[in-house]
Ligand binder design. Structure first.
Ligand code: NAD
Length: 538
C-alpha cells in the first residue's frame, strides 16, 4: 500500500514541501489545503517579489538575516530560488559579512534549532546520535568547533551560523540538495568569558575541552560520519589554526575531507593571482608574493602556490623562495625562534624586518593580507607597493568587511587607481576621477561549492591538492576581459552556478584520472553533473 500524502498543516509546516501561496488549486485539493490559504495562487516569481519587498524594508542586515533564515525554515525552495536569483544582494546577508554578526548574537536571535550538535558529554554516543538526524543520504558535512569564527575569535556554540551558512551556499551555488547537507558544531565549550556569563548563551558552559579529550571527540565524530554516511565529504571550517592543521594532517589521507580556510581560501586566492597577471602583464612564474598574516589562510595559500610554481618548472625550494610572510612580530625569518611549525618552510635566511622594510627589501609584486586586523595595509604600505609596481596586486582577505586590511577606496586612492584589488568580503564600486572600479571578492564561495559538487558527483575517495589547483585554474579562466577592465579578478557572482559547474567538472576529471573515485566516469561528465544539481523552481 502506498503511503497517503501528508495533508493540510503538515504540508505547510514542512519546509521541503511547502509552496505556501504557490500551491495550485489541484495541489490544494490533493494536499487538503482548501481553506488554509488565501485565494490567489502566486507564481514563485511573485512570491520572490514579496520576499524582496519585505527584506528591503527592514532597517538592519541582522534583521534581514533573521527574516531569510525564517524563510528557509518555512519554504526551502523559495529561499533558494531567491538566493540564487539575487545572489549579489542576498549572499552577504546569509554569509559574510552578516553571518559574523549573526554568530556573535546567535543565542539572542535564536528561533529554531538548525544543525547537529556534539558535546563532550556525547562521548561514546555520537554514532547512535547520528540516527536522530532525519536524512539518510548526507553527502556534505560542514563542521566547526567555533574557536575561530571568521576573524571574530572564539564564539563557541554560536559558531553554528557558519556551517548553516556554508551549506546554504553549497545548495545555492552548486545545487547540492538541502537533504544532502549536514551542518555540525562540535560544542566543546568556549574560552569566551562574555559568552560564558551571558544568561542567554546556548552552548556548553565550560572552558574548552583540549588535548587528548578533544582529539578523541573529533575522531569519534569523523568515524561516526564515515560509518553512517560513507560517501560524505567533511569540510572543516573555522577551527583555530593549529587545530585546523592538526586535523587536516590527521584525516586528509583517511577521510574524504578538506579544510576550507586553508585549502578553499588557497584556491580562490591563487585564482585571483593567476587572473591578476593578465592585468599586470607579469608571468606567474616570476612573481614574488608577500603575505601579511601567517595563519591558516595565508599559509594555505602559500602551500598551494608552491604546487602552482612547481607546475611552472621551479623546484619546491625555489617556489618557497618566492613566498614571504610577515606576521604580528615582523618578517618570518630563520633567526626567529617562536615560529609555528606551519611557518618553518617559509622562514628564510634573511635579517628580521618590519612590514614596510620587508616590502622595501623584497619588492613583492603581490601583497595578500589575512590578519583579521583592519588598517594593516596602511597608506605607506600601499604607496610603497605602487612605487615598486606599475600594477600592484593587493588582496585584503580578512573577513568580515570591518576587518579588511584596507578598504577598496584606500587601495585605489593611495595607488592612484593602479592597484589590482580584491577583498574577502564585498566592497561596493569605487569611482576615482573618470574611472569606476568594481572590485572582485575573493570569496571562498567561488570554489568550495564546486569542489564539493565534483567530489560528490565522482564519489571521490580523497580531496587532493591537484583538485584545488584545477579549481583555481578553472576559476581564473572564467574571468573575462570586461571583468578585468572593471578591476575585478573574479567573475561576477551572478555566474556562480556556472562557475561551480565548471569547477565541479574539472575536479571530477582530476578524481577520475587519478583513480580516486567509487563511481565510473559517465560518458558526458558535464551533463551528468548538471543533471544532478538541485533546482528549486516550482
Ligand atoms: P589566524 O589567526 O590563523 O592568523 C592570523 C595571522 O595574522 C597570524 O599569523 C598573526 O600573527 C597575524 N597578524 C595578526 N595581526 C597582525 C598585524 N597587525 N600585523 C601582522 N600580522 C598580524 O587566522 P586565519 O585563519 O589565517 O584568518 C585570518 C583572516 O583571514 C581572518 O580575518 C579570516 O576571516 C580571513 N579569511 C579570509 C578568507 C577569504 O576571504 N577567502 C578565507 C579564510 C580566512
Amino acid at each position: 500500500m502506498t503511503p497517503s500524502p501528508p495533508q493540510g498543516l503538515d504540508v505547510l509546516s514542512d519546509p521541503g514541501l511547502n509552496k505556501s501561496t504557490g500551491f495550485t488549486l489541484e495541489e490544494r485539493e490533493h494536499y487538503g489545503l482548501r481553506g488554509l490559504l488565501p485565494a490567489t495562487v502566486c507564481s514563485q516569481d511573485v512570491q520572490i517579489d514579496r520576499v524582496l519587498q519585505n527584506l528591503r524594508r527592514k532597517h538592519a542586515d541582522i534583521e534581514r538575516y533573521i527574516f531569510l533564515l525564517a524563510l528557509l525554515g518555512r519554504n526551502e525552495r523559495l529561499f533558494y530560488r531567491a538566493l540564487i536569483d539575487h545572489i549579489e544582494e542576498l549572499m552577504p546577508l546569509v554569509y559574510t559579512p552578516t553571518v559574523g554578526q549573526a554568530c556573535k548574537e546567535y543565542a539572542h536571535i535564536f528561533r529554531q534549532p538548525r544543525g547537529f550538535y556534539v558535546t563532550p558529554q556525547d562521548r561514546g554516543h555520537v554514532r547512535r546520535m547520528l540516527d536522530n538526524w532525519p536524512e539518510d543520504d548526507v553527502r556534505v558535512v560542514v563542521v566547526t568547533d567555533g574557536e575561530r569564527i571568521l576573524g571574530l575569535g572564539d564564539l563557541g556554540a554560536n559558531g553554528m551560523g557558519i556551517p548553516v551558512g556554508k551549506l546554504s551556499l553549497y545548495t545555492a551555488c552548486a545545487g547540492i540538495h538541502p537533504e544532502h547537507c549536514l551542518p555540525v558544531t562540535l560544542d566543546v565549550g568556549t574560552n569566551n568569558d562574555e559568552l560564558l556569563s551571558d544568561p542567554l548563551y546556548l552552548g556548553v558552559r565550560d572552558r574548552r575541552l583540549g588535548g587528548k579529550g578533544y582529539l578523541e571527540l573529533v575522531d569519534e565524530f569523523v568515524m561516526a560520519i564515515q560509518d553512517k554516511y560513507p560517501d560524505a565529504l567533511i569540510q572543516f571550517e573555522d577551527f583555530l589554526t593549529p587545530n585546523a592543521y592538526r586535523l587536516l594532517n590527521l584525516y586528509r589521507d583517511q577521510a574524504l575531507c578538506f579544510n576550507d580556510d586553508i585549502q578553499g581560501t588557497a584556491a580562490v586566492a591563487l585564482a585571483g593571482v593567476y587572473a591578476s597577471t593578465r592585468v599586470s602583464g607579469l608571468d606567474f612564474a616570476d612573481l614574488r608574493i608577500m603575505f601579511l598574516g601567517a595563519g591558516s589562510a595565508a599559509t594555505g595559500i602559500a602551500d598551494l602556490m608552491v604546487h602552482a610554481f612547481v607546475e611552472t618548472g621551479l623546484s619546491e625550494q625555489e617556489a618557497r623562495e618566492r613566498l614571504w610572510f610577515v606576521d604580528i612580530h615582523g618578517l618570518v625569518v630563520k633567526e626567529r625562534n617562536e615560529l609555528f611549525e606551519h611557518n618553518l618552510p617559509y622562514a628564510h635566511d634573511h635579517p628580521g624586518a618590519s612590514f614596510a622594510d620587508a616590502i622595501r627589501s623584497i619588492e613583492p609584486h603581490v601583497l595578500i593580507g589575512a590578519t583579521g586586523h583592519p588598517g594593516t595595509f596602511t597608506q605607506e604600505v600601499v604607496e610603497l607597493m605602487a612605487m615598486l609596481n606599475e600594477r600592484p596586486t593587493l588582496f585584503a582577505l580578512s573577513n568580515p568587511t570591518s576587518k579588511a586590511e584596507c578598504t577598496a577606496e584606500q587601495a585605489y586612492e593611495w595607488s592612484e587607481g593602479r592597484a589590482i584589488f580584491a577583498s574577502g568580503s564585498p566592497f561596493g564600486s569605487v569611482t576615482l576621477g573618470a574611472q569606476t572600479f568594481r572590485p572582485g571578492q575573493g570569496n571562498n564561495a567561488y570554489v568550495f561549492p564546486g569542489i564539493g559538487l565534483g567530489v560528490v558527483a565522482a564519489r571521490a575517495t580523497q580531496v587532493t591538492e591537484p583538485m584545488f589547483l584545477a579549481a583555481a585554474r578553472t576559476l581564473a579562466d572564467l574571468v573575462d576581459e570586461d571583468d578585468l577592465s572593471a578591476g575585478a579578478v573574479y567573475p561576477p557572482l551572478t555566474e556562480i552556478r556556472d562557475v561551480s559547474l565548471d569547477i565541479a567538472v574539472a575536479v571530477a576529471e582530476v578524481a577520475h584520472a587519478a583513480g580516486l573515485t567509487k563511481a565510473d566516469r559517465p560518458a558526458d561528465l558535464r551533463d551528468s553533473i548538471r543533471a544532478s544539481m538541485y533546482d528549486p523552481r516550482y
